[in-house]
Design a protein around this ligand. Structure first.
Ligand code: GRG
Length: 283
């Protein structure tokens, strides 16, 4: 297994390669896409794709286009999430959010273009030749399912619809699993699919990612509550439980996630360290 930072370097180099050229009639669109995509994200999702591919004995080069596509989709979700019609956030990572910098229309279109560019990268001849057409279609299908109606977008809608309501933890988990967990699960599963992993490996990777995905969103709620102090308007773990209880749940979910890793003997350590690192993150 590579180190986390080695995976990140590979991803950053390839993201740059896959971004459209910053020139011509659409120059401003390329600039807006690049602004969020290369803004210093942690690259958790594409790292999971590469790491699970390697853990299942696959070739990293085959997983790279999928990893980059997944990070593009993550960037699109952040751009749209910040829009005035969604979370209405003017800042992301201490910098003006995409729509503040480029205007709402360009930000909306930059999100759309990142989403479509992601599928273009996955379904181009080069990727199909590299990973095999059947594998590529299986990975694209898994991704589309997990980010659309039955995943991330569906979760965002459930989040918006329930923002004003009092709901219990199990409903909140369901929303978090769709909104945030589904893309994290797809990232891991696609790493396995590209490596032609068996069902036992895919199920273990799915279980691990579902649990760290939920822990990740609860940590996000905790960090939001710590730094922004605006939770009263948002559907969040911290508005349902207090911070101490939410932190305990993150720890439990992380321990549970680690238990599902036994099948990955040699690479178990990598995923164990990653789960703990995410559970203790401060950004
Ligand atoms: C389709 C109009 C339309 C909107 C969709 C899909 C969507 C809007 C929003 C997705 C929901 C979302 C943004 C959930 C938050 C998930 C989350 C915790 C994001 C932060 O992820 P990090 O910490 O980000 O990995 P970095 O910056 O490190 O990449």
């Amino acid at each position: 297994m590579h180190k986390f930072s080695e995976y990140v370097d590979l991803i950053n180099k390839n993201l740059f390669k896959y971004l459209p050229k910053n020139e011509g009639l659409q120059k401003i669109l390329a600039e807006a896409m690049e602004y969020t995509l290369l803004a210093g994200g942690k690259r958790i999702r594409p790292v999971l794709t590469l790491a699970f591919c390697e853990a299942c004995g696959g070739d990293l080069n085959k997983a790279l286009p999928f990893a980059c596509a997944i990070e593009m989709i993550h960037s699109y979700s952040l751009i749209h999430d910040d829009l005035p019609c969604m979370d209405n956030d003017d800042l992301r990572k201490g910098k003006p959010s995409n729509h503040v910098k480029f205007g709402e229309a360009i930000a909306l279109l930059a999100g759309d273009a990142l989403l479509t560019r992601a599928f273009e990268i996955i379904l181009c001849n080069e990727t199909c030749d590299l990973a095999g057409a059947t594998t590529t279609v299986a990975a694209a299908g898994c991704l589309a399912h997990n980010i659309g109606f039955y995943g991330m977008v569906g979760g965002q809608v459930a989040d918006l619809e329930n923002a004003e309501r009092t709901i219990n933890c199990s409903k909140l988990n369901e929303i978090h699993n769709l909104k945030t967990g589904a893309l994290i699960v797809a990232a891991s599963k696609i790493g396995c699919i590209v490596a032609q992993a068996d069902k036992i490996q895919i199920d273990a990777a799915t279980k691990y990612s579902e649990l760290i995905g939920l822990a990740f969103q609860i940590m996000d709620d905790i960090l939001d509550a710590d730094y922004e102090k605006k939770m009263e308007k948002k559907l969040s773990y911290v508005s349902v439980l207090e911070i101490r209880k939410s932190k305990e749940i993150v720890k439990k979910l992380t321990e549970e996630a680690i238990k599902s890793l036994n099948v990955f003997e040699d690479s178990k350590n990598f995923f164990e360290n990653l789960a703990w690192k995410l559970s203790k993150r401060d950004k």
